[in-house]
Design a protein. Structure first.
Length: 84
């Protein structure tokens, strides 16, 4: 890698404000706000609206879509595939 053109890659805390969950990872994002982590160090914190803790797909509260209705509507609009 060329020196001086890449952003700094460092530890950052991502905090899901809706679920009250935070995790420490590495990122190039920057933030003026900081938070004290369990290891006693202070890290920049980035607040996110949704994470794996609060996302409906991962929590099991995702709605099931009517896929059969969508397929039928597509076939009505564009026609069924013809046989060979």
């Amino acid at each position: 890698m060329r020196k001086g053109i890449h952003p700094e890659y460092r530890p950052v805390v991502f905090r899901d404000r809706t679920a009250g969950h935070a995790f420490l990872t590495r990122s190039t994002l920057t933030s003026e706000r900081t938070v004290a982590w369990a290891d006693g160090r202070t890290y920049p914190v980035v607040d996110v609206e949704i994470s794996d803790v609060s996302h409906p797909f991962y929590t099991g509260t995702a709605r099931v879509l009517d896929t059969a209705g969508r397929v039928e509507r597509f076939e009505r609009r564009y026609g069924k595939r013809g046989g060979a």
